[in-house]
Every structure is written in C-alpha cells, then in structure tokens.
Design a protein around this ligand. Structure first.
Ligand SMILES: [Zn+2]
Length: 286
C-alpha cells in the first residue's frame, strides 16, 4: 500500500469532492497496521494534502476514510465529540445488497453482475437528476465505493451546513417511504417513468391509466434505496475517493459516466502497480 500511495495515488479525486477550503479542519480515518494486527483509527487531521499523503505512505494504510470539518482540527487526543462541527458535504450511499429482494439472477448476495448492476445505475440517474433539477445542486460527484455500489458527493457550499433534519428530508424526497401515496410530485413520477420504466408518462396516461398504474407499482421497487443513516449522519466517515478498498483491492474511483460504468472498470491495486496478485496468495486482502 505504501508503494501505491507513494507512486500512483492522486489527491485530485479527494480534493474534487472536499475542496481545499478548510482542509486542515477535516477529519480522516484509516485502517492501519499495528504489527500484524489491523486497527481502525479516526480523529486525524492534516495541515495540507501533502501531509495527508505522507501519512498514508508512511503507514501503508489499508483503507482511508474522510469525514466532516471541526474547530479546532481533530487529533487522536481530542475526539470530534468535544469539537465544534463546521460542516460536511451531502452524501448518498447506494449498495446492491439493499436490492437483494428484487435481484433475480439467482447468484445470491454479495455479488455484482451485469443483470443486477443496472438497478444501481437507474437509482443513481434518478438521484442525480433530482438533485440537479429539483434542488438546483451542480457540484455532484459519483464515486465507485470499491465493491457493490456508488457514493454521491454533493459539494455545493450550501450543503455543508445542512443539519440531520434537512438531510433526512432530501433523502426522503428522493427515496419516498410511501411511494403509493398520491403525494409524490408528478414531475418525480415522470422522472421515474423516463429513467426506470423507460417509457413516457404522459403518453402512457393517455393510452391506458391502468397499465400506467401497474407499471408504477413495479417501478417503485426499483426506486433509489438510499442508506439514510449514511446521508443523515453528519459525522460519518466515507471511503476516500482515490483510496483502495481493503476487501476487494479495487480503486475507489470517480465515475464520470454513470450509465456506462461497471465495477470491473475499476482497476485493482495489483493492476495499478503492475504486479501479480498470486504473489500475495498467502496474505491476501480480506
Ligand atoms: Zn446479479
């Protein structure tokens, strides 16, 4: 991991989502090695991005996470709970395991395949369009979580100070608890028909209202299933864009085109470094 972080790691994906303003106040967390044991640590902050990178090289971190901003900056000796919270981006977490009940490829849990992945793609497209059109956000970055899902980072300045209640309201609007109720805005229903059903809502309503209603019942199973705890928790750490997922060895990378991306597109740390994975057969990453 030290070799990856010294030779191939770029700070750019991280800085694209968190910017440089307030960098020194930002909390970071890591899985580090303590002898043979791995240990999760948090409450770290760094004066500059270069200092962060040097820490990751020095410790050969197994995983890296990024959290909120605090005053004064967190240190391992001063827990974030005792500091003033300054803000964090609005984030969304999509994971294929949340769709297990409608995955029909028969491959069970803990897998990704080309039949299942479109569930994440459609959910992401709905979230992306809703954030842009209904909320007016523009700094939206999609990041492959490294295994079975995507993270959305909304970095518009206004989102930084959103409290739990606002984050909950936005998540509930995008991922309604009761999608059969008629309180769902018409514009949102149109969007679901366009992206998930792949049919024009107005045309369908003109042709056959009953069929439209049936299609809606089917479509709501595929509405974005956001992990609301992740969105609401303003102190939660999220995997650092540009880092390596400790279980899969895959790059946690920025996804430029949600529609064409597939998890196999993310290179593994072994591919990035040009080394054979089998060399490490006896100490494989779990
Ligand atoms: Zn599948």
């Amino acid at each position: 991991m030290s070799e990856y972080y010294s030779r191939k790691f770029s700070l750019h994906p991280l800085l694209q989502v968190i910017g440089t303003k307030g960098f020194g106040n930002r909390e970071f967390g890591f899985i580090v090695w303590e002898g043979e044991e791995e240990k999760f640590v948090r409450n770290y902050s760094f004066k500059t991005p270069i200092d962060l990178k040097e820490f990751m090289i020095e410790h050969g971190v197994k995983a890296a996470y990024v959290g909120a901003m605090y005053d004064p900056p967190p240190t391992p000796k001063t827990s974030i709970t005792k500091l003033t919270w300054l803000g964090r981006e609005l984030v969304f977490d999509l994971d294929l395991t949340d769709y297990d009940d409608i995955r029909t490829c028969g491959k069970g849990k803990d897998h990704v395949c080309r039949n299942c992945w479109p569930l994440i793609v459609d959910a992401a497209l709905v979230i992306d369009e809703t954030l842009r059109e209904d909320f007016g956000f523009s700094k939206i970055t999609w990041v492959f979580s490294g295994r079975r899902g995507l993270h959305a980072w909304v970095s518009d300045a206004v989102t930084l100070r959103f409290d739990e209640e606002v984050r909950d309201a936005i998540a509930s609007y995008i991922s309604p608890d009761n999608p059969l109720e008629e309180t769902i805005p018409l514009s949102y229903q149109r969007r679901i028909f366009k992206i998930i059903v792949k049919k024009d809502f107005s045309e369908l309503m003109k042709q056959d209202k009953k069929i439209a209603r049936e299609l809606w019942r089917e479509a709501i199973k595929k509405l974005p299933r956001i992990d609301k705890k992740v969105t609401m928790d303003t102190v939660r750490l999220l995997r650092m864009p540009g880092s390596i997922h400790d279980a899969t060895g895959k790059l946690v990378m920025i996804v430029k085109d949600i529609q064409s991306f597939y998890p196999d597109d993310a290179p593994t740390v072994w591919e990035i470094l040009g080394i054979e994975r089998r060399i490490f057969k006896n100490c494989e990453m779990r």
